[in-house]
Design a binder for this molecule. Sequence first.
Ligand code: AGP
Length: 611
Amino acid sequence: MCGIIAYVGRQQALPILINGLKRLEYRGYDSAGVAVMNPNLTIYKKKGKVINLEEHALNNKIDSTIGMGHTRWATHGEPCDRNSHPHLSNKKDLAIIHNGIIENYATLKQELLSKGHVFESDTDSEVLIHFIEDIQENLGCALEEAVRIALTRVTGAYAIVVMSQKNPDMLIAARKSSPLIVGVGKDEFFLASDATPIIQYTKQVVYLKDYEVAVIKNGKLTITDLQNNIHDAYIKELDIELAAIEKGNFEHYMLKEIFEQPKTILDCLRGRLLAEEGKVRLGGLREYIDQLCNAKRIIIIACGTSLNAGMVARYLFQEICRIPVEVEYASEFRYGSPVVRDGDVVIAISQSGETADTLVAIEKAKEMGAIILGICNVVGSSIPRASHAGVYTHAGAEIGVASTKAFTAQLTVLYLIALQVAKEKGTLDNDRFRLLLNELDKIPAKVQTILDNSYLTQSLASLYLDAQNMIYLGRGYNFPIALEGALKIKEISYIHAEGYPAAEMKHGPIALIDEEMPVVFIATKDHTYEKIVSNIQEVKARKGKVIAIVTEGDEMVKSLADHVFEIPETDEILTPLLSVIPLQLFAYYTGVLRGCNVDQPRNLAKSVTVE
Ligand code: AGP
C-alpha cells in the first residue's frame, strides 16, 4: 500500500511530486523516490521519510515538467535505498513506480536472469519493468503495447506508472486491484493513488478501473483496456476541500480526527435520521432494503477497526432486527470455505474502500450469489464500486493511520440501517424506535462533552506510559469496544494489549493479572452491570490496576477502580459511540508521551491494498 503520484504539464514537476508524496505518506513511509526528465531520465530515492528524499533531491538543479514519485510500504525487500522506487529497466531507459504485489515475479525473474538481465533490488516491481523492456525488444512494439502485453502475463495487484527516456513527455499508467486516479487540469495531468495530493490543483478526476491503461502524451489522455480497446474517460468532480486534509491547529491528524467526531457523526446523520418524522432514510439502500429485511442471515466482512464496528453491529442486528449475524475476518472468509446461501446478505465495511482482503472476500461472496452492501468512507473507491449498494459514512478524509472518526461514522451508519430494518420488520415497538432515534440524535453533543474532558485521559496516560502490557474488558456491545481500545493502544503506543469479553477472564487471561497489569474496563450502566462489577473485584483481588469507563455519576465502580473516566448516559445499545472516545484519547496521549509517531505508526499504512 504505497503512494503513487505523477505529473505532466507546464509546471515544475518536482515540487508537485514532493508535496504529493507528503500527502500520501500515510500510505507507506519506508522509503520515497522520484523520477524526472532532467533532461534525461533521472532517479532520486532515499530510505525513510519523504523529507529525506526532499533534502537529497533538492541538492540538485532540476528542471522538468514531467515526473513521478513513490512512497513505499515494503512488501518485497527490506526498506533501503536499493529497494526504493522508482526502479529502472535493464538498459536503464525505462522507469517504474508500483503499488501492489506481482505474485509471479519470481518465475519472470528467473526467465530474465537467464537472458542476462541484472537486478539492483529485491523487489517484484523491478522485475516488471525489466519484463516490459524484454517484451518491447522482442516484439519491437510501442512501449504502451509492451506494457499492455506484460500486464496480461502478470498475476497480483498493481497500480503502476512508467516513464521512458525515448518518450520524454509520456506517462503510462495502469491498475488492477490497487487504486489509481487521473487528475485532469488545464494543460496538465496528475496521477495518484487517491485524491489527497491532487485536490489543490484540480477537482476533475477519472477513477481508473481494473485492467485499464492510461496513456498521457502530447497533452492528451487516452484510456484503453489491455486489449487496446478505447474506453471513455468519465470525469467526476471531487467533493472534498483542501482544509479537510490539513491538520489545522492540531498537532496531529489523529487528534484532529478524534475532535472532529461531533461534526462527523452529525454529518453522517444529516438527512438520514429524521427524528421528528420518526423515520430513517437511507437512499443508498432503497433498492435492497427488502432483501435486507428478509435476510436469512447477515455476514459482515471487514478488517481491523472496521471489523470491530461489524462486531458491534452483530449485537445490534440480532437484538433489534432479530436477524442472525456472522462477523468474518475478510482474509479468513476469502481463503476459508464459507457457506453462503440464498437470502444471505453480505455487509462489507471499509474506511478506505481499498483494503485488498475485504475486496477479494467481496468478490468471493458475489461469486457465491450474495448481495453485497458496502459501508465506506471514500467516494468512488473500489469496495463501493464492487458492491450492489451501500452507504457512505461522510466522515471526510481520514489521514491518521489509526482509524477514529471513521469508526464512529461506521457505527452511526450501522445504527441507522438496523433501526430502519427493525422499523420495516416491526421487530422494535414504536416507542423504543423513537427513543433510540432521539438518543442517537443527542450523541454528537454527548461526544463533545467527553472531548471537553480529554485532559483527564492525558493525565491518565502519563501514569501508564511505561506499561508493557494492557488488558481491555467489556461485555455485550462494549466487548468490541474493548477490542478497539486494545487495537488503538497497540497501533499508537506499541504497548501489547488484548481485548476480551470480561467474563472470559476467568478462563485463562486472569493468570496475567498482577500489580503491573493495567486492566481497562468498559463498565457503563447496562443489563450486565452487576456482572462487570464482579469482574472488576476479581481483578482487584489479584492487585491488578483498574481503569474504568463508567456512566457519569457511577459511585460503585468509582469505589473499586484505581481510575475512572465518566461518560454521559445513553441507551445501552448506543454506548459504543461514547465509550470508544476516551479509549481513542488514552491511546493518542500514551503514544505522544512515549514519543511515537502517532500519525504514521511504524510498520503500518492507512489502506492495506495488498493481501
Ligand atoms: C485501524 O486503525 C487500522 N488502520 C486498520 O486496522 C484498519 O482498520 C484496517 O486496515 C481496515 O481498513 P479499512 O477500514 O480501510 O478497510
